[in-house]
Design a protein around this ligand. Structure first.
Ligand SMILES: [Mn+2]
Length: 328
């Protein structure tokens, strides 16, 4: 059952978590499927603080850590196999429901308490402790505040992890969720002296050759439709084959579609062996999740996706027609 969003006394929940940490010895930490910088960065920072406090920790991510985050300190401690042991507590990061973390149930049954830390407003308050703060730019921002309340001084490597969470979730301090507090926390983290510029370089100025080549093909395919409001990008199987590229190499390509002035929505069609994967982006009140849903997919108002039957050309015509109607 979906429970309505609750407002909670965050300070009281912080206090309860602090007490839980003081009393517990072993912790199971897990993040969401297809983990991102915020999930992994927050998990590694909490693990590091818990270890400094003499606790045992086990880190889990069902899906592998993406290549571009493998620079994070102690990232190898994130394992993809579920532990058999019992734990005093589980801490789930950015999981609106436990299922967002994968097949966690068998382990959660062996955990004394469950803690839910999230900044998504869709979070279902399933934890014994729920630290859900939808006004935070990132989970890393919440974790920083937790440490601050616990009067824990963040180490240089912990700061690098939390900074990575904040900078990736805010799109480099670009998305509207970026607040004065976000920048203040980033500033405090910077004071620890971690290699700020190197991290930005690894995150934003490093791209695999295959990804650059695929991006080139996608940009070449760009078409502007619906009187300038819609950008359409297309990637064919041959675009990947030509460069020995994989699906992951086309990640974020869709965002380039949103760049031409006047564009309100972008769609990217990616041909697969027997399907067509479709990704949507939009600005403001334009709800592309409706379009994704109409074709069997889903997502958020401004970012969604679906997979549909080919051939590519037919899928493109159908979806583009619906989008054009939406934008008219
Ligand atoms: Mn996040």
């Amino acid at each position: 059952m979906k429970r309505p969003m609750r407002t909670l006394d965050l300070e009281a929940e912080f206090k309860r978590l602090e007490e839980l940490i003081a009393g517990a010895q072993s912790f199971f930490l897990a993040g969401h499927l297809n983990p991102d910088g915020d999930t992994i960065g927050s998990m590694l920072a909490i693990a590091s603080v818990l270890k400094r406090l003499g606790k045992k920790v086990r880190l889990f991510s069902q899906d592998p850590v993406p290549e571009n985050l493998r620079f994070l300190p102690h990232v190898k401690s994130v394992r993809s196999s579920l532990p058999k042991a019992r734990f005093d507590a589980a801490i789930l990061l950015e999981c609106s429901t436990p299922a967002r973390g994968g097949a966690l149930e068998p382990v959660l049954k062996r955990c004394g308490k469950v803690v839910n830390i999230d900044h998504h407003k869709t979070s279902e308050f399933y934890g014994d402790i729920n630290i859900v703060e939808p006004h935070s730019s990132s989970t890393a921002e919440i974790v920083y505040r937790l440490f601050h309340n616990m009067t824990v001084n963040v180490s240089r490597s912990e700061a690098a992890c939390l900074y990575t969470g904040i900078v990736t979730d805010t799109g480099r301090f670009h998305f509207p969720a970026t607040s004065p507090r976000t920048l203040e926390i980033a500033s405090r983290l910077l004071e620890t002296g971690f290699k700020f510029s190197r991290i930005n370089d690894l995150l934003y100025a490093t791209k695999a050759r295959e990804a650059l080549k695929v991006l080139g093909r996608a940009l070449e395919s760009l078409e502007i439709k619906a009187g300038g409001k819609l950008a359409v990008l297309t990637l064919r199987l041959s675009d990947f084959r030509d460069f020995g590229a994989r699906t992951e190499h086309s990640e974020n390509v869709i965002n380039f579609g949103m760049m031409p002035p006047g564009v309100k929505a972008a769609v990217m069609f990616r041909e697969e062996a027997d399907r067509v994967s479709v990704t949507f982006r939009s600005r403001g009140h334009i709800d592309v999740s409706v379009v994704a849903k109409a074709f069997g997919g889903g997502g958020h108002r401004n970012a969604s996706g679906c997979r549909m039957r080919g051939p590519l050309q037919a899928a493109r015509e159908k979806v583009t027609a619906v989008l054009t109607r939406l934008l008219s």
